[in-house]
Design a protein around this ligand. Structure first.
Ligand code: SF4
Length: 402
């Protein structure tokens, strides 16, 4: 296939975001093996990687055994960065900056999984919004770009493939400053399949989709077989996903990892009983908390029939062994006149207030028991919002603090 390169001025840096999946790996590989497809000197190139710390072993192996040796052979500057902490002000760290990469650094200051456990949720993703990716990857990538190349024009290559033109259009619409975006796979008219076929031939091995252990995008019906193969091969990854999901379900019974499907159900139906048993053990043996969870749902644009933005407050009321926390939940339920009920995921909640099913604004208020992993969290305005919607329903955390 003839794919002429777009010449890039010799004084302009070129940065390739290497997501460690098929698309960006195919770009890097082709540039190195077929120089006429580049349009710039390799001395201009930086391959930039955001390490999330919770990548599958297969991805790490593919990088270390196939791609990094190629980058090292061609002495391509390869930079690995990571988010430095839970808060944005913590910035980022450079884990590695070398022309001879050998190791994918997975020992990172903070992982997305830790964040999910800390706030008691699963990654929130849609076709247009991946806040998880912004949090764990783009914060570090963009910070490195700002510090190192964005003071002057630079070409920024992203691996959107020929099936992802809308993502590329959105990227173009938001480009600013000295960043000059480029999408080589789109110029080459390469789909994911073309890229995967190329890598299979060029490297002699498969490069699989790069994803966090608990990525919701793995759960599509088409991707289920791949997901289960990965979780069979790397049970620790499945355990991490199940724990994150369980913790989120304590706070919100609708927080299944794959939207309408729970990871737990997927594992159970696949007959991965060993993994499920280990998951139950890790949940049972963990310290537990009793949480007070309040949620307010606003009306969208003032229309009481349309659900608007949701706000949540989580407050751990007590922490201790599981048995004690279940007893404490029973005690609080009796004291505040509500009845505990255990759902199909084995999570016990006692509702003080149930939300209206179809009119907004509305609120819910419940006690729940689960692993002691989630921190107290609420927006400053939450108490006022909750009081306005409920007419001043009592808050147990406040009563106990008084
Ligand atoms: S791999 Fe999935 S879970 Fe991880 S950052 Fe990307 S979209 Fe989010």
């Amino acid at each position: 296939m003839s794919t002429p390169a777009v010449p890039i001025p010799p004084d302009r840096p070129v940065v390739l975001n290497l997501g460690m999946g098929v698309d960006s790996s195919a770009i890097a590989t082709r540039w190195l093996l077929e120089p006429h497809t580049r349009g710039f000197d390799l001395g201009q190139l930086t391959v930039l990687i955001a390490s999330v710390g919770e990548e599958y072993r297969a991805t790490k192996d593919a990088m270390e055994q196939a791609l990094f040796p190629l980058l090292a052979e061609h002495r391509v500057r390869t930079v690995q960065v990571a988010r430095a902490g839970q808060a944005s002000r913590d910035g980022y760290v450079t884990l590695s900056d070398t022309r001879t990469p050998t190791r994918l650094v997975t020992d990172v200051p903070v992982t997305l999984g830790e964040r999910m456990l800390n706030v008691g949720t699963v990654p929130q993703v849609s076709s247009t919004n991946r806040s998880c990716s912004d949090w764990i990857k783009h914060h570090a990538l963009d910070s490195w770009l700002a510090d190192n190349v964005a003071h002057a024009p630079f070409t920024h290559c992203i691996g959107y493939n020929a099936d992802e033109t809308r993502r590329a259009e959105r990227d173009l619409a938001h480009t600013k400053g000295n960043r000059i975006p480029d999408f080589p796979l789109l110029r080459w008219n390469w789909t994911r399949r073309t890229a995967a076929d190329y890598l299979r031939t060029a490297l002699g091995r498969e490069i699989s989709r790069s994803a966090c252990f608990f990525c919701p995008f793995q759960g599509s019906v088409g991707g289920r077989a791949t997901l289960l193969a990965r979780w069979r091969a790397e049970p620790e990854a499945a355990l991490r996903a199940l724990l994150i999901e369980h913790n989120a379900l304590v706070m919100n019974g609708n927080a299944a990892l794959f939207g309408s499907r729970a990871a737990r159900d997927v594992v159970e139906e696949a007959g991965l009983h060993d993994i499920l048993d280990r998951h139950h053990d890790q949940v049972r043996q963990s310290p537990w908390s009793v949480y007070e969870v309040r949620r307010v749902f606003r009306a969208r644009d003032g229309d009481p029939t349309r659900k608007g933005q949701a706000y949540r407050s989580v407050a751990p009321l007590a922490t201790g062994p599981r048995r004690d926390m279940i007893a404490h939940l029973d005690h609080l339920s009796a004291r505040y006149g509500c009845t505990p009920a255990t759902d199909r995921h084995g999570i016990t909640r006692a509702h003080l207030l149930s939300r209206h099913p179809s009119l907004y604004p509305t609120a819910e208020h419940f006690l729940a028991a689960g692993p002691a992993l989630t921190q107290a969290k609420a927006r400053d305005c939450f108490d006022d919002l909750f009081a306005a919607v409920t007419g001043g329903a009592p808050v147990i955390a406040a009563l106990h603090a008084a």
